[in-house]
Design a protein around this ligand. Structure first.
Ligand code: ADP
Ligand code: MG
Length: 304
């Protein structure tokens, strides 16, 4: 009886103690959200962490994105890609940087795997159809044919030292827009990881990579837009629970125009030289990284 009483009061004080100390346990770190603009669209980054590190992380992320754009953006005249596009020197080694090399090599793999449906050399056609930095041109079959002669990804070769690229067709242009956002997402993820953030969600213009779990202990949730042309309000087609890896979506419901009753969207079929036309409105691809998902999503839009 006495033993029971002692055990009883011991358990009671244990309960009381845990009740007393329960609220003083350190609270879970809050969810930090960083947002901004890059690559002609918006970015959003989420992770758990002490609020004090937010400004430093944002500055770090912005500098990563700046460095990626300085390499891959066709909208920056001094970028690595713009300098290569502007050059008319055939066979002359043109300097590249590590972002460019990584994306070039990944592009080569997807180009080969999709029988050229993904082709960053579509640059001249993208521009002529009005989906690059310049104004759209008046297009005809003859114009399309003459530009198609410039769409030669093999015209760009890495030199033996992997530090330069040569061009064998003077007018050939590169456009990494279909893969650069995904690469930027991966680069931001790698930056966060290197600065000690183990779990994160990174998104640029709908391309996503996640690692670890949401601070609430569940997978990250990613909304996929319903492909509605010129939607005034964002509607979701699906919500995906993502535990690890990249998710990219390509569609023809945002970047397009109508001309003479025909719809022209920004994914070009390299085989015809015309904007891809098939029954697809949108494609979402899951891959180990976002760069790969991004490239294949564009390829799928071409392949139908
Ligand atoms: P978004 O920019 O909407 O995420 P994508 O990732 O599909 O869409 O990229 C589309 C862009 O890629 C186009 O605007 C164009 O610059 C470029 N592009 C168009 N067609 C191709 C193609 N067949 N292969 C590679 N890049 C392409
Ligand atoms: Mg893409």
């Amino acid at each position: 009886m006495r033993k029971q009483l002692i055990l009883g009061s011991f358990l009671l004080s244990l309960a009381l103690l845990s009740w007393l100390f329960w609220p003083t346990l350190p609270p879970a770190p809050p969810l930090i959200e960083l947002t901004g603009r890059t690559m002609g669209t918006t970015y959003a980054i989420r992770y758990a962490g002490p609020a004090g590190r937010q400004a430093r992380d944002q500055a770090g992320v912005d500098s990563v994105l700046l460095s990626v754009n300085q390499s891959l953006s066709t909208y920056i005249p001094t970028s690595t890609i713009s300098r290569i596009n502007a050059s008319t020197d055939v066979g002359v080694p043109l300097p590249i940087d590590v972002h460019f090399r990584t994306v070039y090599l990944a592009s080569t793999a997807v180009y080969q795997d999709t029988d050229g449906a993904f082709n960053p050399a579509v640059g001249p056609l993208v521009e002529a159809w009005g989906f690059g930095p310049e104004r759209r041109q008046t297009m005809s079959q003859a114009r399309v044919d003459s530009l198609r002669a410039l769409v030669r990804f093999e015209a760009f070769q890495l030199t033996a030292d992997s530090l330069h690229l040569t061009k064998s067709v003077a007018g050939a242009h590169l456009d990494f827009s279909a893969i650069a956002k995904g690469y930027g997402v991966d680069e931001v993820g790698r930056y966060l990881k290197a600065s000690g953030i183990e779990a994160y969600f990174v998104e640029i213009g709908g391309e996503v990579v996640v690692r670890g779990a949401h601070p609430a202990g569940r997978p990250w949730r990613v909304g996929i837009d319903r492909p509605i042309e010129d939607a005034v309000e964002r509607q979701l087609q699906a919500v995906i629970e993502l535990e690890r890896g990249g998710l990219a979506t390509s569609g023809n419901y945002r970047n397009f125009y109508w001309l003479d009753g025909q719809k022209f969207a920004h994914t070009i079929d390299p085989a015809t030289g015309y904007p891809a036309r098939n029954s697809l409105l949108s494609v979402s691809i899951l891959a180990a990284d976002c760069m790969t998902a991004d490239a294949y999503a564009t390829a799928a839009m071409v392949m139908g």
